[in-house]
Design a protein around this ligand. Structure first.
Ligand code: ATR
Length: 292
């Protein structure tokens, strides 16, 4: 929990709507306490029509920075002074740094790095491997960017095929030598693509609480045992998809690691200190347990 707040406490926060159930305040405040930093991370519920004012407020109120979450990650970019090439390519900024003295607002995307770190922590090296990504929304963009950066071959399967096409088209020019393909999500494409892949990533909200009995993997389809599975959903920790994969004896990675590592990367951008990842992990897990 935060240290005593006094006249020198530095502020960061989370801009989103809603932010009530976020794990980030607990995660970051525990990290500040662990490093004895006089910092505090506060929830900042912001309606879409107030986003510009809220971002300008960070500068006016001398915040050191902020995280940005649903539904503002894309829209926030137009209120920033500049964004990194990664955030530009992904089309979303989840972290803002307010540069000291100048008040310049810089947008970063730490989701893609969080995904790669969690993947590597889970023992999977994507270099040269075939990956199937389910979904083509904002989260999928960070994941596809990360996988392409890491040298994987990616097929995006999405319920709305045009959305997957648009995603792949955007990245094709950025990664001209990478194999990127989009297909409609059907039982046939899932079965065929998974059969020759090494990694399956669910970026859709399917399986998230309270719909814990849902999974995009059909009950009657055997799980290929050469497939590792990463589910971005972290509530519950063990999604139905991960349970199905486990039964087949394959390696599974839950979404909490990505959340923690995107947070750790943001923490390091703001503080310049190495993030206490274990502390952040424990705080996030504990808050999730209490919430569920
Ligand atoms: P996020 O920013 O978290 O990625 P999003 O932009 O709303 O959220 O994207 C959600 C993704 O999950 C989309 O690809 C969506 O498919 P559509 O593009 O067809 O809407 C996918 N998705 C959501 N619910 C789904 C479901 N029941 N079955 C299959 N895909 C689903």
């Amino acid at each position: 929990m935060p240290l005593d707040i006094n006249g020198q406490t530095k502020l960061v926060g989370l801009i989103g709507y809603p932010v009530k159930h976020s794990l980030s305040p607990a995660m970051h405040n525990s990290a500040f306490a662990a490093l004895n930093l006089n910092w505090c991370y506060v929830p900042l519920p912001v309606l879409p029509e107030r986003l510009g004012e809220a971002v300008a407020g960070l500068r006016a109120l001398n915040f050191v920075g902020a995280n940005v979450t649903v539904p503002h990650k894309g829209a926030v970019m137009s209120y920033l002074d500049r964004v990194t090439p990664e955030a530009q390519a992904i089309g979303a900024a989840n972290t803002i740094v307010v540069r000291e003295g100048q008040g310049e607002l810089i947008g970063y995307n730490t989701d893609w790095r969080g995904f790669l770190t969690a993947l590597s922590e889970g023992g999977f090296d994507p270099q040269g491997e075939r990956a199937v990504v389910l979904g083509a929304g904002g989260a999928a963009r960070a994941v596809v960017y990360a996988l392409a950066q890491a040298g994987a071959q990616v097929t995006v399967l999405n319920r709305t095929p045009t959305r997957a096409q648009a995603l792949v088209q955007d990245f094709a020019s950025l990664f001209p030598s990478m194999s990127l393909l989009s297909l409609p999500f059907t039982l046939q494409t899932l079965e065929e693509r998974a059969a020759e892949a090494h990694l399956l990533v669910n970026t859709t909200p399917v399986g998230m609480w309270p719909e814990v009995d849902r999974s995009l993997w059909p009950e009657d389809l055997a799980f290929p045992n050469h497939l590792s599975v990463f589910d971005l959903v972290y509530n519950p920790r063990q999604t139905k998809l991960l349970r199905q994969a486990r039964r087949a004896g394959v390696k599974v990675i839950g979404g909490l690691g990505m959340l923690v590592h995107q947070g750790a990367a943001a923490f390091e951008l703001w503080t310049g200190e190495k993030a206490p990842v274990e502390t952040m992990y424990e705080a996030a897990s504990k808050t999730l347990r209490i919430a569920s």
